[in-house]
Design a binder for this molecule. Structure first.
Ligand code: ZN
Length: 271
């Protein structure tokens, strides 16, 4: 932690309070309803700031997918522009053989991480308020962090990889002209700090089937192509692998993972 970060916000909140209020007002109930189909709207949720070592820091946590996506393919399959092509608005995510859904895992880890970062004083905004809605689209999830000029954005996922492949990997942006070029380098630093922390603080190894020591640059992820703030997508393990699935399904492991992500984010902010 740098002394500057301990004593003063790196960037004054100025318009952030108003933006956070706007996001709170935009929070929508997206449960299924026969008369009014849910729409994948922005569902960013903010919380009260506390004084602490991360006071003045804004962090956006994006739990990937959503519990209602599976019932609304007509909404999540809408094609959205991701700078170098089109992709689906959102997807359903993967699951373990025992039926533990990725969207539930993502939301649980995000909730644990948000709690610890808020306790440290950070302003934490999540891109969906619960695990039963639809969407929002990947473009809207990315816009939440961009609009807030977040110091860090992190998207939480678990992979549906080959069943004989183990481990976590962190997807980081590749430069897309006119979009994310300014944040490729800091996003790489964030990825390195998170990979170090996960390897040191949890039982999950770095991936043996994708990336290099857990780092995986990607140009096919809308959430990375469109980001204008330092951002990575963490694939916390492989839900299709028996050993990884056992860890991912364990609440104690999920807490250790959230703690590791907290450590990695703080290390990045202190660098
Ligand atoms: Zn995912």
């Amino acid at each position: 932690m740098s002394p500057a970060l301990l004593t003063a916000p790196a960037r004054p909140p100025r318009n952030r309070a108003a933006i956070l209020l706007l996001f709170a007002a935009l929070t929508v109930v997206s449960a299924c309803d026969n008369d009014t189909p849910p729409t994948p709207k922005s569902t960013a949720v903010a919380a009260q700031e506390q004084d602490g070592p991360l006071t003045g820091v804004t962090i956006v946590i994006d739990p990937g997918h959503n519990g209602g996506n599976v019932d609304h393919p007509e909404l999540i399959n809408e094609q959205v522009d991701v700078a170098n092509g089109k992709k689906a608005c959102d997807t359903t995510g993967t699951t373990t053989d025992d039926g533990y859904a990725e969207h539930a895992f993502n939301f649980d880890v995000a909730t644990r991480l948000a709690e610890s970062l808020r306790e440290a004083g950070a302003t934490v905004v999540t891109t969906r308020p619960d695990d039963s809605g639809v969407g929002p689209c990947i473009t809207e999830r990315t816009a939440v962090a961009n609009d807030l000029e977040a110091d860090v954005a992190i998207s939480i996922h678990a992979d549906g990889g080959p069943d004989d492949g183990r481990g976590f990997h962190i997807m980081e942006p590749v430069a897309i002209s006119g979009h994310n070029e300014d944040v490729v380098a800091p996003s790489h630093e964030l990825a390195l700090d998170l990979a170090d922390a996960i390897a040191a603080e949890t039982d999950m190894p770095a991936s043996d089937y994708i990336g290099d020591e857990g780092i995986n640059p990607r140009s096919d992820m809308g959430g990375l192509n469109l980001t204008t703030v330092p951002k990575v997508m963490v694939e916390c393990g492989n839900m299709r692998n028996h050993d990884d699935a056992a860890l991912l399904s364990d609440p104690d492991f999920r807490q250790s993972l959230a703690d590791a992500l907290d450590v990695g984010i703080r290390q990045y902010l202190a660098d």
